[in-house]
Design a protein around this ligand. Structure first.
Ligand code: C2E
Ligand code: MG
Ligand code: MG
Ligand code: MG
Length: 289
């Protein structure tokens, strides 16, 4: 928190915690303003289809363009938004804006899918499927082009209500992905019970892949599990070429990570996409000859 540093003087006399709670209150006020003024914007990170080399889709990752503190990452404000009951609005914001961008890209001929992250309060919100349906219709985006990413802990919270919401989303034809797979509990129980389309293995298993045979074994067996369950197997956190090649040889379907590209604002993503198409076209033409 940048603001905290400016208050170092006050900390000398302030009772433990009170500076923090003032900061929190101030940040919360600013967050409410941000939600009303388009300061919360998605950045986009591409997902690469490892079989074709094409860009399969993008993940929307929310950023806060804070007027004083600059660009803030989600870990700085998502927990606060969750506690303050602002996640429903925040998610709708992200969905609204990213479906608008997706519609534009698809109209320009890029057959992309869009992944949006859901949080615990979204799955408790029985109005969500209807709101998603309306947004898809407004933007002219087919439901199958939308992937909703849900972490294991979110899937496990209040199973009855969240299953109702998941079923509603599924009925629309929206695809569901388990995010940060392997870091939560009861994974096999919900894999059997819940209708999920995609497994997204947590970054922690991917980072050490080229050095750690145990991580390799986990990637291989998760790939096999996904395949047997008819799910797409996605890996996140790919940071170098060696890891990407290894993942390709292990049969991973889709890869995401800094090696492919870092998350970027909408305008830059379109540029990146056009450059990627040009690069990707060269080896494919060679292979055809
Ligand atoms: P996530 O959904 O698992 O997203 C992946 C995170 O890993 C992103 O961090 C991304 O920038 C980062 N990442 C991608 N590739 C690499 C890599 O190669 N190496 C490393 N070290 N990191 C990589 P980010 O954007 O800070 O987001 C953090 C988390 O915040 C997300 O994790 C997601 O759980 C949550 N989040 C982000 N946007 C939203 C949103 O709109 N709604 C909700 N509910 N949660 C969101
Ligand atoms: Mg995600
Ligand atoms: Mg993840
Ligand atoms: Mg994560």
């Amino acid at each position: 928190y940048g603001a905290k540093r400016g208050r170092e003087g006050a900390r000398v006399w302030a009772p433990e915690g009170s500076t923090d709670s003032r900061d929190r209150l101030q940040t919360l006020e600013q967050l409410r303003v941000a939600l009303d003024t388009e300061q919360l914007v998605p950045h986009y990170q591409p997902k690469l289809d490892l079989r074709t080399g094409d860009v399969a889709g993008v993940e929307a990752l929310v950023r806060w363009e804070h007027p004083e503190r600059g660009l803030l990452a989600p870990d700085v404000f998502l927990p606060l938004a969750e506690q303050a009951g602002l996640m429903r609005r925040l998610t709708l914001r992200v969905l609204e804006r990213s479906l608008l961008d997706l519609g534009t890209w698809r109209d320009a001929g890029h057959e992309l899918t869009l992944a949006v992250n859901l949080s615990v309060s979204n799955l408790q919100d029985v109005a969500l499927p209807e709101q998603v349906a309306l947004l898809l219709e407004t933007r002219g985006v087919p439901a199958a082009a939308l992937v909703l990413e849900i972490t294991e802990d979110v899937l496990m919270a209040d199973a009855a209500r969240s299953q109702q919401v998941l079923a509603g989303l599924r009925r629309l034809g929206v695809r569901l992905s388990v995010d940060d797979y392997g870091t939560g509990y009861s994974s096999l129980t919900y894999l059997r019970a819940l209708p999920v389309d995609e497994l997204k293995l947590d970054r922690s298993f991917v980072t050490s892949l080229t050095r750690d045979p145990r991580a390799g074994a986990i990637v291989r067996s998760t790939q096999r599990l996904s395949q047997d369950l008819g799910m797409t197997f996605v890996v996140e956190g790919v940071e170098d070429a060696a890891t990407l090649e290894l993942l390709r040889s292990l049969g991973c379907d889709v890869a995401q990570g800094f090696y492919v590209a870092r998350p970027m604002p909408a305008e830059r993503f379109l540029e990146w996409l056009q450059r990627h198409h040009v690069r990707a076209a060269v080896p494919r033409q060679r292979a055809a000859r």
